[in-house]
Design a protein around this ligand. Structure first.
Ligand code: B1M
Length: 212
């Protein structure tokens, strides 16, 4: 990896928004392609943070701070990526289910998805089954990812899966669920394709789901 890409990756891991912004601009001005900066700088740094978090070498706030630096780099890079026709690896529709207002974990999942190269359509919190179904039709994602933090809202995931099935869209999407009160056996019981215990694993599973 070239020196500047190394600096971008390391600055991202340190969560240094200013350094990431400055170095991404410097790399672009120096003729490094937007795609190379994305993959060998930003995504590389986010990947390292994801691994270190899984290994319990860093805490969640450090990952969130790194993700903020990733977003800063992406703001500079996005017009260049669009101009170069670089496409995201896949699309995910994400939301916290109806009746549930918790979004900190969901936002972390969003960041890890973006950090893995996905385009994310974040529907926010308190999302009902109709909105998920509409989002599939409108955005044509490969994956729907649902979060729930309350034992009282977990059952909404089953409602969404039933709605997706009855509208004939089930074969078009993979469905992932996650959130503190969930388990693999709950995911199996409601007919989800996958359960992810945390945001880093969610991003890994999403990549596997689309064969990336
Ligand atoms: Co709430 N709350 N809360 N709360 N709250 C909990 C979840 C609770 C465990 C607290 C407790 O009693 N000990 C409890 C739930 C009990 C239960 O049902 N099992 C609870 C309750 C009861 C409530 C209210 C009902 C309280 C009340 O009003 N009486 C109320 C409900 C409101 C509603 O949603 N309708 C409520 C409200 C709130 C606040 C608004 C004050 C606030 C939310 C702010 C926000 O999110 N913007 C809040 C908070 C902050 C919490 C705690 C303290 C922290 C949750 C959190 O963000 N954790 C929580 C207690 C706790 O966990 N210590 C609690 C950090 C976050 C990174 O973890 O979301 O688990 P988490 O995400 C993890 C994994 O779960 C996973 O990845 C993340 C890690 O990588 N993950 C996914 C999450 N989503 C995923 C999706 C995936 C894959 C993985 O794929 C799609």
């Amino acid at each position: 990896m070239s020196e500047i890409l190394n600096v971008i990756s390391e600055s991202l891991q340190e969560g240094d928004v200013d350094a990431v912004t400055e170095k991404v601009e410097e790399a672009l001005n120096g003729g490094v392609s937007a795609s190379t900066i994305l993959h060998e700088g930003l995504l590389h740094g986010m990947d390292v943070m994801g691994q270190r978090w899984k290994n319990e070498e860093v805490y969640m706030p450090e990952v969130m701070i790194a993700a903020r630096a990733m977003n800063a780099g992406m703001r500079v890079l996005k017009p260049h990526l669009l101009a170069a026709g670089v496409k995201p690896i896949g699309k995910v529709v994400l939301g916290t289910v109806k009746g549930d207002l918790h979004d900190i974990g969901k936002n972390l999942v969003n960041m890890m998805f973006v950090g893995s190269g996905f385009e994310v359509v974040d529907l926010g919190v308190d999302v009902n089954e109709k909105t998920f179904v509409q989002a599939i039709t409108e955005h044509q994602p490969q994956i729907i990812a649902m979060a729930a933090l309350l034992t009282t809202t977990m059952s909404e995931m089953r409602v969404v899966i039933e709605a997706v099935t009855t509208t004939g869209l089930r074969d078009q999407v993979k469905i992932m669920v996650g959130g503190a009160p969930l388990t693999q056996s709950f995911a199996n019981a409601i007919g989800a394709d996958a359960y992810a215990p945390d945001a880093a694993v969610a991003a890994d599973i999403a990549k596997q789901m689309i064969g990336a």
